[in-house]
Design a protein around this ligand. Structure first.
Ligand SMILES: Nc1ncnc2c1ncn2[C@@H]1O[C@H](COP(=O)(O)OP(=O)(O)OP(=O)(O)O)[C@@H](O)[C@H]1O
Ligand SMILES: [Mg+2]
Length: 281
C-alpha cells in the first residue's frame, strides 16, 4: 500500500468510512515551448525589499525557522525530486493545489519556495494565486510591511509588475507576489490576458527559475482548471486525517487532463523515515 493510500485509509478510519482508495495518481507528459538560453542567476534583479518576520515564520513552521529534522529532510527531498523532474522536462512552473480546504497547500508552497531558494542555482517566484483565501503574506508576517499591492491589483490593471514583486532580505533568489484581495470572478481573472501577461513576464525574468503558484482546492472552484493551461504541472497536497477518499478521487479525476507532477502527503504521523512530508508519484 502506498503512503497516500495509507493516509487516505487513516482518514477513512477516522471518519469511520470504509475501504481505502484505488489507484495511484498518474501524470501525463506535456509538450512545452523551447526555453530561452541560460544566463547567470547572479544577475537576477531585485524588487521591492521586504524583511520577513522571523518570529512569524517560526510560529507558522516556515523555513528557514523549522528545526524539526524530519520536516527539513522532507522538504529537501521534495525539492530535489521536483527540481530533477522540472529540469528533465524543461518545465519551470507548477501550481500547488489539493482536494479540499486546509490541507496545507499554502504552507507547502511557501516552504517549497524557501527550499528551492536555498539551492544556489535556482531562482524562485512564489505567487499567491488564491483569490478566495489569500494567506501567503500573513504566513510570512508581511501584511503590515507591504504597500498592500498584490496580484489582484495587477490583474485588475491597478498595479504594474514591479509594484507587486517583493524581494525578501537575505534571500537573494526568492521573489514573492502576494495577494490581499478576494474577488468574485476569480477564474475569469485567472484566464484573462492580464494573467497571461504576468506569466510571460515571469518567464522572461530568468531561465533557471521555478514559479510556484499557491492555489485554492480543486474541488472548491474552477480556478485551477481555468489557470492550468498557463502552468507546466500540478502538485497535489493530501492531508492525512483530512482528505477523504471520495474527495481525493474527485480531485484526481479533475486533474486527469493536467500534468500531475506528484502528490505530497502532509500531516503524516508516519515515523518510519521521520518524514514530515512525503512525496509520491
Ligand atoms: N504539516 C502540518 N503540521 C501542522 N500544521 C499544519 C501542517 N500543514 C498545515 N498546517 C496548518 O494548517 C492550517 C492550514 O494550512 P494551509 O493554510 O497551508 O492550508 P491550505 O490548504 O492552504 O488552506 P486553504 O484551502 O484555506 O487555502 C494552517 O494553520 C497551517 O499552519
Ligand atoms: Mg491556502
Amino acid at each position: 500500500m502506498s503512503i497516500i493510500e495509507e493516509a487516505v485509509r487513516k482518514t477513512a478510519e477516522r471518519y469511520q468510512r470504509p475501504a481505502p482508495m484505488g489507484q495511484q495518481p498518474s501524470g501525463r507528459p506535456r509538450l512545452r515551448r523551447v526555453p530561452p538560453p541560460a544566463t547567470e542567476t547572479a544577475n537576477v534583479r531585485r524588487f521591492q525589499p521586504v524583511t520577513l518576520d522571523r518570529a512569524v515564520l517560526d510560529d507558522n513552521s516556515i523555513l528557514p525557522q523549522i528545526t524539526d529534522p524530519g520536516a527539513l529532510r522532507g522538504y529537501k527531498i521534495l525539492r530535489t525530486r521536483l527540481l530533477r523532474r522540472l529540469e528533465a522536462n524543461q518545465w519551470h512552473s507548477f501550481a500547488v493545489t489539493g482536494a479540499t480546504p486546509g490541507e496545507g497547500k499554502t504552507l507547502t508552497s511557501i516552504n517549497l519556495a524557501m527550499a528551492f531558494a536555498q539551492d544556489p542555482n535556482t531562482w524562485v517566484v512564489l505567487v499567491d494565486l488564491d483569490l478566495h483565501r489569500p494567506k501567503v503574506a500573513s504566513y510570512l508576517g508581511l501584511n503590515n510591511s507591504l504597500g498592500e499591492r498584490g496580484l489582484t491589483d495587477f490583474l485588475l490593471g491597478d498595479a504594474t509588475f514591479e509594484q507587486i514583486m517583493y524581494s525578501p532580505a537575505g534571500m537573494d533568489r526568492l521573489a514573492i507576489i502576494p495577494n490581499f484581495q478576494t474577488v468574485a470572478n476569480a477564474s475569469e481573472l485567472l484566464a484573462s490576458p492580464r494573467m497571461d501577461e504576468l506569466v510571460q513576464t515571469l518567464e522572461a525574468e530568468t531561465p533557471r527559475r521555478v514559479v510556484i503558484f499557491d492555489m485554492p482546492p480543486v474541488l472548491a472552484s474552477d480556478d485551477v482548471l481555468a489557470f492550468s493551461p498557463q502552468v507546466d504541472g500540478m502538485l497535489l497536497v493530501v492531508a492525512e486525517g483530512l482528505t477523504s477518499r471520495d474527495s481525493l478521487k474527485s480531485a484526481k479525476s479533475l486533474l486527469q487532463e493536467m500534468n500531475l507532477l506528484g502528490v505530497v502527503l502532509n500531516r503524516s504521523e508516519a515515523q518510519d523515515d521521520g518524514a514530515y512530508y512525503s512525496y509520491a508519484r
